[in-house]
Write a protein that binds this ligand. Structure first.
Ligand SMILES: [Zn+2]
Length: 475
């Protein structure tokens, strides 16, 4: 070993052994300010013999002071150029110039690497602090990284008084968990929070990415990156996109163009996204949307027949008939589960479906009300040409569908009507909502309870779809 390196090694060892920082339980807040040669633990200013700097949008802190501030023990291996930090029962391993972080033996990717400058090791503050379950905030105005403990609500309460920021008292109650796996080439990721999830999802290209912005929730214990190397998804990166308000951004790095389908659990605390490559030949994909489901029964007939059950049964029958004609379908729900209105239209949009048919049974407080109607969305002030065309085609589909329903069912003709229903308004393709019969009417509920009649409805809907496809091809 070269003598200079040897001295340096000893220097590191000495520094790390004789560090007696504030006990972790007493830490309320640690602040590192870019450009300053000091840092702050609670109200105490601690001097440093090096300054904090920013590189690649990440704040770097000398390893010694970061370890000291977090109350972590540090081991430096000069030969392998690796740093190990130990705190409580957690161990974090890092390598100089390598963008990987190993947390308790599990390796994840970082967007920046630890660096060696003037014989001194600098670490990016955020991933290290987050690896030890600290919360990290970036205060842009003051160029400050603020590190806060997660575990003790009492301490965060103290902090909220000093910072006058009520959000700080939310503690880990607002943090996320992520589960990700692959089944039949479909990547399935579930994000769970302790509160209802409000999110935005969108795709970006060059390179292909799927982005989920989770509103008003922090990344919590999520690692900065999870490498999965699935068929469609290579890794998921997690960042605290904004802190006022909080936005956690999940970036799914894709190996190829992909479609997705996202939906919330009934309590809205769990978000699932399925990412997959669309199959070829789906130019005539029909999305069938059985109305209601789960906690939402839809209308209930005088004898207790639930609309959600009739809708699902009819949709499955339509699917079967269309499959026999080699027409591909997708159902917005396959079982008795709750699906939000925008998730229904969103699914059809993401699948680039060519037709959307929402299946419902009508209801009215007047039990005499009966008959068949089909709804579509029409808004004449619409400026966009493709939307005007879509509305025209929706109307055409509605007319063809109504005619088939009347032919097959022989119920009263209530006509084709315009309506501002979310599922037909927010879809990008010709979309209609079928109200085949009145479940609130004694006679029609009785019909809907019978299999042969539900099969008739399915035949009518399937024939309406087939007729529409034929007219489109003929144009
Ligand atoms: Zn309904």
């Amino acid at each position: 070993m070269h003598i200079k390196i040897k001295i340096l090694f000893i220097f590191f060892i000495l520094f790390f052994i004789f560090v007696f920082p504030v006990a972790a339980s007493e830490i309320q807040q640690i602040a590192f300010v870019v450009g300053q040669s000091s840092y702050q633990v609670n109200d105490q200013i601690k001097p440093m013999d090096a300054a904090i700097f920013i590189e690649n949008s990440r704040t770097y802190v000398p390893v010694r002071y970061l370890g000291e501030a977090l109350n972590a023990r540090i081991n430096w291996n000069q030969k392998t150029k690796t740093v190990t930090l130990l705190l409580n029962n957690s161990r974090v391993d890092l390598n100089i110039d390598r963008k990987i972080i190993t947390i308790n033996g599990q390796t994840n990717q970082m967007d920046v690497a630890p660096v060696l400058k003037n014989n001194r090791v600098y670490l990016p503050a955020r991933p290290i602090a987050e690896a030890f379950s600290f919360k990290v905030k970036w205060e842009k105005e003051s160029n400050k990284v603020v590190v806060l403990p997660l575990e003790k609500p009492a301490e965060t309460k103290v902090l909220s008084e000093t910072t006058n920021n009520s959000k700080e008292s939310e503690s880990e109650e607002t943090t996320l968990e992520l589960k990700i796996n692959e089944e039949n080439s479909i990547t399935k990721a579930t994000v769970t929070a302790f509160q209802q999830i409000n999110y935005k999802i969108f795709k970006l290209t060059a390179p292909d990415r799927l982005i989920i912005d989770v509103q008003d929730i922090r990344p919590g214990n999520l690692p900065p990156a999870v490498i999965v190397n699935f068929e469609v998804v290579s890794q998921v990166r997690v960042g605290w996109f904004s802190n006022n308000p909080d936005v956690t951004r999940l970036v799914f790095d894709l190996n190829k163009r992909a479609s997705y389908h996202s939906y919330l659990s009934e309590d809205k605390k769990s978000l699932t996204v399925e990412i997959f490559t669309p199959k070829p030949g789906e130019e005539n994909l029909v999305v069938l949307d059985p109305g209601h489901g789960g906690s939402d029964p839809g209308a209930v007939g005088p004898n207790g027949l639930k609309e959600k059950d009739v809708n699902l049964d009819v949709a499955k029958r339509v699917k079967e008939i269309l499959a026999s004609q080699n027409i591909k379908t997708a159902l917005t729900r396959e079982g008795d589960n709750y699906v939000g209105l925008y998730e229904r239209s969103g699914m059809a949009n993401n699948l680039d479906a060519s037709i959307f048919v929402s299946i419902h049974m009508n209801a009215h407080e007047n039990r005499d009300a009966n008959g068949t109607s089909v709804f579509y969305y029409c808004y004449y002030n619409e400026q966009k040409a493709e939307e005007i065309v879509r509305q025209e085609k929706s109307k055409e589909l509605a007319n063809i569908m109504q005619q088939n329903l009347l032919n097959f069912l022989g119920l009263k003709d209530r006509g084709v009507q315009q309506a501002n229903f979310a599922v037909v308004r927010t879809t990008n393709m010709p979309a209609i909502l079928v109200e085949a019969a009145f479940i609130s009417n004694y006679t029609e509920e009785n019909l809907l309870a019978q299999e042969y009649f539900r099969q008739k409805i399915a035949q009518a809907i399937a024939q309406g779809i087939i007729d529409f496809i034929i007219t489109q091809k003929a144009q």
